[in-house]
Design a protein around this ligand. Structure first.
Ligand SMILES: O=P(O)(O)OC[C@H]1O[C@H](O)[C@H](O)[C@@H](O)[C@@H]1O
Length: 547
């Protein structure tokens, strides 16, 4: 056993889990009318009801002990302070510096990074104003109203999903299109409808080496040149966000058109940097700034609130409870808000790329589960498809339900239905429906005894399925910023407990490396194939089909 699973606290949690499995939440609610009040916390515009979880006071106490023994707060402070906590890449992890409005310095290698961060924010602000006012024009003098944002992974998901989530705040006058996939269908579809004279391409790549983004930008450049632009007009229509200024200038980007970022910002934590420029272009700098302010508010909450009131801490510990002591392998996110429909995909990268790891500390192979599968989609749609498995399947799938209490241009009839479905689902998951209830319902339905028993058996819902409900006054930029930061810190706390490095991604790197080797064989059709027989056969088949 590794140190973690050997601790008395871990053993205690394991034994508490065995007890809890014999009990039912339905009975807890019936016997304690204050349960909802007891297990809820509010911070930064987020009201977290976690009463529909398989928890007791003893469980929570043991989970807080686990966090304490795992030195979560010390690790948190090390992150905020700029220590090199990404120890396999020798990097600080400072996305929090990008939304640090405390006026205090943040040091990396003895140097305060805040002046550069603030200068970049000013650059974003000025740039957005120049586009929105029409002052910055294309090479033929037309306003730049069509923005094509090219990037992938963290250089795509954050900008796209946050922009989508804040549709009611969009600036009227520019349209932002996002392209990620190297599949040409994507960029071709986007460019097909655009006038190159009105188009601004924002190429976002921290490394400036990502195949998909480089290729899509080259395709956009060809399209621009073929449509009538010249090489020297490129500067007016192409800008980049990157920490690799040299590669960006080598590519042909004018230095003035490059927005900086830094190696202490991880890709999946980068929307707070200039990678978020498309968000600011979509809704104006002030709204973008509110997003950052919301994240800052959550940072302060995470740093100062005691564990029992700390939203990232609570949600992380509940996750650990199910993953490590109930064998839960996935966690579902269910936003009951159409504009937040992309949020599960955002958290998917954030969580799975961060905690999809099996080495703890320097070299220890873990003997416990780490990051779960994150999935989900908007409610109510999922109720008519995959919720069935959550209700009656054999897997335990903890859920986060999310609902803004007010929505812009509210249609009360729709919104009441949305809310009732959201709450109704959490209720059904928690209480289930007993055999006796189902059997009673079938009285007088003309069934013989065997049929009645059979049907009641199939209709029985075990219940006892855990969920959190997150309510927001409204999904405005500030609340969204807080929500994203809450999940970032949740992932941080879980990584700290498991002892994994939540900030590297070697699996992804290997995929990129092998992809390039295979591409070489696909393109150079006369070279011998030297991979395993399956990969060789696939490449050979592709060569044959494209000969
Ligand atoms: O911004 P880039 O350097 O182009 O990287 C884009 C993406 O590349 C990889 O897939 C990483 O795992 C992601 O975290 C990153 O966001």
């Amino acid at each position: 056993m590794t140190a973690l699973t050997n601790t008395p606290t871990w053993q205690k949690l394991a034994s508490l889990a065995e007890d809890v499995k014999q009990q039912h939440m339905r009975d807890w609610f019936a016997s304690d009318s204050s349960r909802a009040k007891k297990y809820q916390q509010t911070a930064c515009g987020i009201e977290l009801d976690f009463s529909k979880n398989l928890i007791t006071d003893d469980v929570m106490k043991a989970l807080f002990s686990l966090a304490g023994e795992s030195q979560v707060t010390q690790k948190r402070d090390a992150m905020f302070k700029g220590d090199i906590i990404n120890h396999t890449e020798q990097r600080a992890v400072l996305h929090t510096a990008l939304r640090n409005f405390s006026g205090q310095p943040v040091y990396v290698d003895g140097q305060d990074v805040m002046p550069e961060v603030l200068a970049c924010q000013e650059k974003i602000k000025d740039f957005v104003a120049s586009i929105h006012s029409g002052e910055r024009k294309g090479y033929t003098g037309k306003a730049l109203t069509q923005i094509v944002s090219i990037g992938i992974g963290g250089s795509f998901l954050g900008p796209k999903i946050m922009s989508e989530a804040l549709k009611p705040y969009w600036f009227d006058g520019v349209t932002v299109h996002f392209v990620a996939n190297v599949d040409a269908c994507h960029i071709q579809d986007v460019l097909a409808d655009l006038d190159h004279e009105e188009t601004l391409v924002v190429m976002s790549s921290k490394s400036f080496t990502t195949q998909e983004t480089l290729q899509n930008t080259l395709t956009a450049k060809d399209w621009f040149l073929q449509a009538g632009g010249t090489q020297q007009d490129i500067a007016k229509h192409f800008i980049a966000v990157s920490s690799n200024i040299k590669a960006a200038t080598d590519f042909g980007m004018a230095e003035d058109n490059i927005f900086p970022m830094w190696d202490w910002v991880g890709g999946r934590y980068s929307l707070w940097s200039a990678i978020g420029l498309p968000i600011a272009l979509t809704m104006g700098y002030d709204n973008y700034r509110q997003l950052l302010e919301g994240a800052y508010a959550m940072d302060e909450h995470f740093k100062t609130a005691p564990p029992e009131q700390n939203l990232p801490m609570l949600s992380a510990l509940l996750g650990v409870w199910y993953i490590n002591f109930f064998g839960a392998q996935s966690h579902v996110l269910l936003p009951y808000y159409h504009y937040l429909r992309g949020f599960p995909a955002y958290v998917q990268q954030l969580d799975m790329e961060s905690n999809g790891k099996n080495i703890s500390g320097d070299t220890t192979q873990v003997d416990y589960a780490t990051g779960p599968i994150i999935w989900g989609s908007e409610g109510t749609n999922g109720q008519h498809s995959f919720h069935q498995l959550i209700h009656q399947g054999t897997l335990l799938i903890p859920a986060d339900f999310m609902l803004p209490l007010n929505v812009p241009n509210q249609d009360n009839t729709h919104h009441a239905m949305l809310a009732s479905n959201c709450f109704g689902q959490t209720q059904a998951l928690m209480q289930g429906k007993t055999f006796d209830e189902c059997y009673a319902d079938l009285e007088g339905k003309g069934l013989d005894e065997a049929e009645r028993v059979k049907l009641a058996t199939h209709k029985t819902m075990p219940g006892n399925k855990p969920s959190n409900t997150l309510l927001f006054e409204q999904m405005d930029p500030k609340t969204l910023g807080s929500l994203v930061a809450m999940y970032e810190h949740k992932v941080f706390v879980q990584g700290a407990i498991w002892g994994v490095n939540s900030f590297d991604q070697w699996g992804v790197e290997l995929g990129k490396e092998l992809g390039n080797q295979v591409l070489d064989k696909i393109v150079n059709t006369d070279t011998a194939l030297s991979f395993d027989s399956s990969t060789n056969a696939l490449i050979a088949r592709f060569r044959q089909a494209n000969a």
